[in-house]
Design a protein around this ligand. Structure first.
Ligand code: SAM
Length: 168
């Protein structure tokens, strides 16, 4: 397990979202057509693969992008995508959420939704990076709210321990 939390591989330790919270997370992602859902620091892909299954069941054309920096987790992501029925709509990118590069490899879509399970300090920095590239996007944060600032609006929150927040 130590390679998952080794700081050189994962500057933010790898903790997967709790399985029992996946239905509520996916509900908060508000899956729809012409949407790309990006998991920033996708871990083993718990959220992306669950959401991609839901999208396929609902016959949606939603695309998914899993961004991850830890090479061990990337191997797992590639394997899980290979086994997934909706794999054609899932993209895996090796990259750093503090850099803008990955934003250029986003599939084209009218709606962009960024999912994050990261501490508030990271959330704020990441949102600043995304804002340089896009004017309109949504953010869903698991566990941690975004620090109160002007410029984004809380549109939904699920008090569920842990909480889930959606902003636009
Ligand atoms: C708390 S885990 C969340 C995993 C997944 N999103 C979930 O909800 O199950 C945070 C993840 O972010 C990844 N990570 C840490 N720093 C990163 C960076 N700079 N760029 C991309 N991913 C990073 C870690 O390797 C880890 O898998």
């Amino acid at each position: 397990m130590s390679f998952f939390i080794f700081p050189k591989l994962s500057p933010v330790p790898y903790f997967p979202a709790n399985k029992k919270d996946l239905p509520m997370i996916v509900k908060t992602l508000n899956l729809r057509n012409d949407q790309v859902v990006v998991d920033l620091g996708a871990g083993d892909g718990a959220v992306v693969f669950y959401a991609a299954t839901e999208a396929q069941h609902k016959r949606l054309n939603t695309s998914f992008l899993a961004l991850e920096i830890n090479p061990i987790l990337l191997l797992l992501l590639y394997y899980r995508r290979f086994m997934h029925a909706n794999r054609d709509r899932i993209k895996i990118v090796y990259g750093d959420f503090f850099r803008r590069d990955y934003l250029t490899s986003l599939p084209k879509a009218k709606h962009r939704t960024f999912f994050m399970y990261l501490s508030p300090w990271y959330l704020e920095k990441i949102v600043a990076v995304i804002r340089k590239e896009f004017k309109r996007f949504e953010m869903v944060s698991y566990f941690y709210p975004l620090p109160a600032r002007k410029g984004y609006k809380l549109t939904k929150s699920t008090r569920n321990i842990p909480d889930i927040y959606r902003y636009s």
